[in-house]
Structures are given as structure tokens and as C-alpha cells.
Design a protein around this ligand. Structure first.
Ligand code: DCP
Ligand code: MG
Ligand code: MG
Length: 570
């Protein structure tokens, strides 16, 4: 199967950068900000940096800083457990996502300003892929072979003074496999090794800018595909970076570092292999229905008879994606040809929602709709208006949504047998968006009142014609049907890995209840977490442990909403 591994594969940095080798791309991946939500609070209040800090959504710690992790706390832990393990933990509430979204955007804008061609793709709030192919090609071509130790990285082709000095005899950061001095052995400028080395310095430079100019540390991976860059970035976390060293293909004398790196990974850890796929592969390999045993990439790849046809048989069936066998076979060989796509400047829709413990009167609904509409209009202005350099909205709209949509999720009666088997989905209604919401002279409160009065509330009455008798657990107001202003068209956003997850896990819109336990418990508090749900998922409110249909992680039911919000931002 070595033939599948291309000699000229792309290089990806997680902070991804892509240079070209014989016409092919390299990608860098700025992997992942460290304890992202916690860092947002630390940037706001630097005194928190030295304290154990946990960010709370509902009853869980969605993330915590590394000081807290040193003391035994971890992501997706119950608040009460966190307090027991670390009584002096500082807890901050992270249910309003605005500040995380804003920080994410600021970081994205800074990173994108470095990358020629703007090929920077967001994955969620805190991960970026950068395709730096063009920059790396240029910079390897101008290397002075006689004085590599005093090289200069050009950040701008037209301005020779824009750039930084670096030592091109050694890699920046760590490598896989770890090399004592991580120095270069192959000096040919177009060699994969040299291109990766140069890319590692760009990665280091961007990471240090993020840290010193905005205050966030990030972890980076450098390789030839999104998948490899992302995975190799995990090797030194937090605040580190790792380059996957060549050779990427096996030769008579050398094994491939791609196999060397991937082979010990548990299959579930590979992007694109969700819990269902992992489970099916495990059952086939062990011959048992449910297996806890860890199965590695190597274990699957080298299983007798393994190949695309067998994978098709194991993974095919209703709801599976066509060609899944071949795709899995490629993934097991470290092959991911998905491109880093240029981010969109304009979202496809903007939506704001809240969930509620109890919402059963017209007056309370009207009040909440005004609150949501206010946030929505604020977001519409932030996301769709051109900003001047000092973040002041200019008068020009980059896009106009044409439709407003209201969705609700009625809570099913609590006397259903056992309260476990029902599912309750969202219902929605759409209408043309009244153009007055684009009026910048009017203040947002007044616009929100008017939007509810003239449009959203009557949509609500059509969805729920009865005056009483309903009880809602969620309201969502969205603007959709985005029409971009001419001349501002950008390539569609690329979320290949995200898409891969979705397709391979089939189009699972429902959360699967794994181990239902107690009967219908209602989530406390009202209103709860504000979120942007771009997926318009029809979500249940399951009980017991649930399995995320996108990434497969299993979690207590109360963590589901926070987790769903996390994906919906991607
Ligand atoms: N997040 C969430 N729900 C999850 C996972 C994450 O709300 N199930 C949020 C909180 C995180 C942010 O997304 O801060 C980024 O997720 P990461 O998994 O990258 O976690 P962190 O950045 O917090 O930590 P790490 O340093 O391990 O990357
Ligand atoms: Mg992340
Ligand atoms: Mg992170």
C-alpha cells in the first residue's frame, strides 16, 4: 500500500503552512490554542494566570488552565468534582460565548495577515490550518546555501525589510522523531526536509506574535496534510510545536515516518474516525461485540485481508458514505488530500439561541425574543458590517440576510412512560427579514423591539397558535439566506475535517442515548447558555450518557449542550 503515499505530499502546519514541491502543496497547522476559554479570561485579567482557573458552563468545567490541570482538574469535569479536588479553584462563568468568538476572530485576523493568499482555515474556535506553500517556496528559493545559519525569512515579497532572521541549519521547535539537535541533513532547497524546516520557523514566528501581541499561546504541527499536521501538533502541548520529519515514504533502507508516527495511535484518535467507525473496526478485529481494548492504526492496517473491500464490508450499510472503504484505507496510511480553504468573510447564517428551564407564557416568550433579537442584531452588525481599523463599524454591509427564522423546541409532557424514549425536535418558521434592521441610525434596543413586534412574535403565534399549554425548552432566532454584496465573494469556507467527521459518522442528527439512568430530570436555570447554532440541529434532550454524533466523545447528558455549542461554532 506504499503506492498510496505520495512522495510529493503537501506540508501542513497545524497553524498550517503550505509550500509547493513540484507543484504540490505543503501545509502548516497552527494547531490549537492552549486552554482557550481560560486564556481569554487570563488575557482580560492577567492576575488569573498564576491561579487554578476553571471555566464553567452549566455544571461542568468546559476547560481549565494548565495550573488547574497540574492540580488534577481536566476538561469536561463536574464542577463539584473540581471543587473537591482543588478547593481553591477560581471558577468563571463561560456561558456567553461572545468574548471567545471575538478573541477567536482577532487571532484569526492576525494569523491571516501573515499568510500569502490568505489560505487560513478555522476549525472551531481555537484551531487553524495555514497553507503557506507560496511563502515557503519563495523563502526556500532565496536561501543562501553558504550561510544558512544567517537566513532571513521574507514575510512580504515587495518589502525586503518585512521579515525575521533565523537559523536555517536547524528546525524551530521539536520534531518527530525527536532529533537531538533537530538539525538539517538534506540541504537541497526544494527537498521536503528543507521546506518543512523553513515552515517550522514561520510557525514559530507566528506563534510568538500571537503570544506577544494578543497574549495567547498556541500549539503547532507542521506536515504535508491537515490530518498529519493536526496529529503531530499534539505531541508537544501546551505551547510547543512539532514537525513531522521525512521520509514520508518507505524506501529500501528507511521506514516511513508517517507510519512510524501513526501506527501506535489508537484508531479513535485519528480525525475522521469517530466512535462508531472505531467500534465497528474493533468488533471486527477482536470478534467481539463490545470491546474496550485499544486498537491501533497498525493493528487495523495489518489485519489479515484488510483493504478497501473489507473496510467497505465492515463499515458499509445503511447511512454510510459511498467509498468509505477506500477513504478509511487512505486515512490508515496517513493520506488526507483535503485542501486548506480560504475562510469566508461572511457566515452562511447567524443565529442566537437560549435554552430554558421553563418558558410557558406569552409575555415571557415575548421578553426573551426581544433579548435574543438584540443579541442577533448586534451580531449581524459585528459580522456583516465592514470595520475600520479601530473596529468602528463603517456604513457598508458585506452581505444582507434575506430571511428571518424562528425555531422553538417544545418540551414533551413529563408523564411519558419513563421519560427516556421520547425525542423532541425543533420546529421552525421563516419569513422575509424586514429591511429596517439594517438601519444604523436606530439603536439596537428599538430595532429588536420592532423586529419582535412586527415579525418574530407573529411567527411565534403561528408556530404555537394555542395561548397556553405549551412549555418551551429553547428559542432560536436566526437570519439566513445570506446575499453577499457584489465584489466581495470569497471562496466557500473549507471544513474538510469537520465534513469528514460528519460524513463518516453518517448524517447522525440525533444524540444517541447510551446508558439512560434516572428519569426525566430538567436542566435547571433559565435562561441558560447563549449560543450560535449554525447547524440547526434537531437535538434531543437525552438522559444518561450521550455520544456526540460529530466527534463521538461520550459525555454526561448535562454536558451535551455545551459540547454542541462547541461544534456549532465550527
Ligand atoms: N470546548 C467546549 N466543549 C468541549 C470542548 C471544548 O466548550 N467539549 C471549548 C472550550 C475550550 C475550547 O472549546 O477552551 C477549545 O477546545 P480544546 O479542546 O482545544 O480545549 P482547550 O483549548 O481549552 O484546551 P487544550 O489546551 O487542551 O487545547
Ligand atoms: Mg481545539
Ligand atoms: Mg485548545
Amino acid at each position: 500500500m506504499a503506492a498510496l503515499v505520495r512522495n510529493d505530499s503537501r506540508i501542513i502546519l497545524h497553524l498550517v503552512i503550505l509550500p509547493t514541491l513540484t507543484g504540490h502543496l505543503l501545509t502548516n497547522h497552527i494547531q490549537d490554542y492552549d486552554c482557550f476559554y481560560a486564556s481569554v479570561f487570563e488575557v482580560e485579567r492577567p492576575e488569573l494566570r498564576s491561579l487554578p482557573l476553571a471555566v464553567q458552563q452549566k455544571q461542568i468545567v468546559v476547560t481549565c488552565n494548565y495550573e488547574a490541570r497540574r492540580r488534577g482538574l481536566h476538561k469536561l469535569q463536574l464542577i463539584k468534582d473540581a471543587k473537591r479536588i482543588c478547593p481553591d479553584v477560581v471558577i468563571v462563568l463561560g456561558e456567553d460565548l461572545t468574548k471567545f468568538r471575538d478573541a477567536s476572530k482577532e487571532l484569526y485576523v492576525l494569523v491571516r495577515s501573515f499568510v500569502w493568499g490568505g489560505r487560513v482555515e478555522k476549525l472551531g474556535f481555537d484551531e487553524l490550518f495555514l497553507d503557506a506553500t507560496e511563502m515557503i517556496d519563495y523563502n526556500t528559493a532565496v536561501l543562501n546555501q553558504n550561510d544558512l545559519a544567517n537566513s532571513y525569512f521574507h514575510l512580504d515579497r515587495n518589502d525586503p525589510t518585512a521579515g525575521f532572521s533565523y537559523d536555517a541549519t536547524r528546525f524551530q521547535g521539536s520534531t518527530f522523531p525527536a532529533a537531538e539537535a533537530a538539525s538539517i541533513t538534506e540541504k537541497e532547497p526544494s527537498s521536503l526536509e528543507m521546506r518543512l524546516l523553513v515552515a517550522s520557523h514561520l510557525q514559530g514566528h507566528i506563534r510568538s506574535k500571537l503570544e506577544h501581541e494578543i497574549g495567547f499561546t498556541a500549539t503547532g504541527g507542521i506536515s504535508t496534510s491537515k490530518m498529519l499536521a493536526k496529529l503531530v501538533g499534539n505531541v508537544h502541548k501546551p505551547n510547543g510545536q512539532t514537525t513531522l520529519l521525512p521520509p514520508y515514504t518507505a524506501t529500501a533502507n528507511n521506514t516511513s515516518n508517517v507510519f512510524h508516527f501513526l501506527d501506535d495511535h489508537e484508531i479513535r484518535k485519528i480525525p475522521g474516525i469517530g466512535s462508531r467507525i472505531a467500534q465497528k473496526l474493533k468488533s471486527h478485529i477482536t470478534g467481539q461485540e463490545s470491546v474496550d481494548e485499544k486498537i491501533t492504526v497498525k493493528g487495523v492496517r495489518q489485519f489479515p485481508g484488510m483493504g478497501p473491500p473489507l473496510l467497505d464490508r465492515i463499515l458499509g450499510g445503511p447511512g454510510s458514505v459511498k467509498g468509505i472503504g477506500m477513504r478509511m484505507w487512505s486515512i490508515l496510511h496517513g493520506i488526507d488530500n483535503s485542501e486548506v480553504l480560504e475562510g469566508r468573510d461572511v457566515p452562511t447564517q447567524i443565529s442566537i439561541e437560549d435554552s430554558y428551564g421553563r418558558l410557558d407564557t406569552l409575555e415571557s416568550v415575548r421578553r426573551e425574543l426581544v433579548v435574543l433579537s438584540r443579541s442577533l442584531i448586534r451580531r449581524v452588525r459585528t459580522d456583516l458590517l465592514d470595520m475600520s481599523d479601530d473596529n468602528v463599524p463603517q456604513g457598508r454591509w458585506r452581505a444582507h440576510p434575506r430571511t428571518v427564522r424562528l425555531s422553538t423546541r417544545p418540551r414533551p409532557p413529563s408523564d411519558l412512560g419513563g421519560g427516556r424514549t421520547y425525542s423532541s425536535n425543533r420546529i421552525s418558521r421563516s419569513a422575509p427579514l424586514p429591511p429596517f434592521i439594517f438601519n444604523l441610525e436606530e439603536n439596537i434596543d428599538a430595532l429588536a423591539e420592532r423586529l419582535v413586534r412586527e415579525s418574530v412574535f407573529s411567527m411565534f403565534r403561528k408556530l404555537h397558535p394555542e395561548k397556553t399549554g405549551w412549555n418551551l425548552s429553547l428559542l432560536n432566532v436566526a437570519v439566513t439566506n445570506m446575499v453577499e454584496t457584489a465584489g466581495d465573494q470569497k471562496q466557500n469556507s473549507g471544513r474538510d475535517i469537520g465534513k469528514m467527521f460528519r460524513q463518516q459518522e453518517t448524517v447522525l442528527k440525533d444524540w444517541t442515548v447510551q446508558e439512560p439512568e434516572s428519569s426525566a430530570e430538567q436542566l435547571p436555570g433559565s435562561p441558560e447558555i447563549q449560543s450560535q447554532s449554525d447547524d440547526g440541529w434537531d437535538d434531543d434532550e437525552p438522559l444518561g450518557n450521550v455520544d456526540c454524533p460529530i466527534c463521538g466523545v461520550s459525555m454526561p447528558y448535562f454536558a451535551q449542550l455545551a459540547h454542541q455549542i462547541y461544534h456549532s461554532e465550527q
